[in-house]
Design a protein around this ligand. Structure first.
Ligand SMILES: [Zn+2]
Length: 377
């Protein structure tokens, strides 16, 4: 097995789990939030910051972007993505499906795969279930994802049903190819993705078929595509219990800080989202007291840190007034300091949730989170 998962504690009330995910590049404590390193970098941060300051155990990188630039073969020849980006810990790569469906123009989906044009220069490319496995093997990722079809929201039931059929066939093809290529072992795991738009019956059907593959873990995809937040949670609630208890469950592309506990409460072990890093660059900082929109005039002479309760490098050393100044002056340092803080905020939330599961106090923790003001500052 390429990865191995242990459930170390489980909340008897909610089903939230604390686990250990063993990968070829280290053990990951779950539930885990994975920072997004789209181009083989978390924008604005050095790998040193991620490793030492934030203690990140696993990063996500995007197959679509690295395939187009610099190219997976280039990365393979340079020793794989870990060596290329100097990252000693685990890497999860997505299948590229989401980016093909959201970024590229003129895509054509067939049973064989998806034909698309690069958003960089318009060149034509084809992703097949097999080629996407090959790309991720070349990158050397610890956890790979199968190619799936991502529907936009809202989608009709019939369109979603057809899409689920295709996603299942693609996952089966990817799995066969992965098993042939990985006969020697030593590579990463391959997770199939449960689709089904916002229809619980299709989610169930998709999950049941994918379970036959006996994969090391399963993802729930097709969320955060414009649907109301309550609906994303509802879909996870309908799908997560169908997935094996002893395998990690990964919900792709969620959530906001106040939602992390909700996903964990539904038995989710892994999440990723661009929210902390993207919001940081846009001047929105997440704190224990709600959001801080740093450009606001009220922070002009505010000598306090972004978050009194945060122990990150930014909060230990800089004032809101200085950060506001950097932001308004368009200084690069702002992005770095803000991203460092927002990611630390996410990682602290996850650490806290994990501890509460281990100590048996998760339901109390969830009540506190639900009572807290989470919305706009
Ligand atoms: Zn901080």
């Amino acid at each position: 097995m390429a990865v191995h998962f242990e459930v170390v504690a489980e909340c008897p009330v909610t089903g939230a789990r604390a686990g250990l995910l063993h990968t070829p590049h280290g053990v990951i404590e779950t539930p885990v939030f994975m920072p997004v390193g789209t181009q083989g970098t978390v924008k604005g941060l050095m790998q040193r910051d991620l490793e030492n300051d934030l203690g990140v155990q696993i990063l996500l990188a995007n197959t679509y972007h690295l395939y187009l630039r610099p190219g997976h073969e280039v990365i393979r020849r340079l020793g794989g993505l870990h060596r290329f980006m100097n990252w000693p810990r685990a890497i999860l790569t997505d299948s590229g499906g989401f980016q093909v469906f959201s970024l590229s123009a003129l895509r054509k989906v067939t049973d064989e795969g998806v034909l698309f044009r690069s958003h960089l220069n318009g060149d034509a490319h084809m992703f097949t279930p097999e080629s996407v496995v090959d790309v991720q093997l070349a990158l050397g990722s610890d956890i790979m994802m199968t190619l799936d079809e991502c529907l936009e929201y809202p989608a009709g039931h019939e369109a979603a049903r057809k899409s689920v059929r295709r996603t299942v066939r693609w996952a089966q093809a990817a799995w066969r190819h992965y098993q042939e290529r990985e006969r020697g072992g030593g590579g990463g795991a391959l997770f199939p993705i449960v689709q089904g738009s916002m229809f619980p019956d299709l989610r169930r059907e998709c999950a049941q078929e994918l379970l036959e593959l006996g994969a090391d873990g399963y993802a729930i995809g097709g969320l955060s595509v414009g649907e109301p937040r309550a609906l994303s949670l509802e879909m996870v609630e309908a799908t997560a219990p169908l997935l094996p208890r002893e395998k990690p469950r990964y919900v792709m592309g969620v959530g906001m800080p106040e939602e992390l506990a909700e996903y964990v409460a539904r038995g989710v072990d892994m999440m990723d989202c661009v929210a902390p890093s993207r919001n940081a660059r846009n001047g929105c900082l997440f704190t224990s007291g709600g959001r801080v929109v740093i450009k606001q005039a009220r922070y002009k002479e505010d000598a306090s840190p972004v978050d009194e309760k945060c122990a990150c490098y930014t909060c230990r050393n800089y004032s809101r007034a200085y950060l506001r100044h950097l932001f308004l002056a368009g200084e690069m340092l702002f992005s770095s300091l803000a991203t460092l803080h927002n990611l630390r905020h996410y990682l602290d939330i996850m650490k806290d949730l994990r501890q509460s599961i281990v100590f048996g106090s998760f339901p109390d923790r969830l009540r506190v989170v639900r009572a807290a003001p989470g919305g706009e500052d």
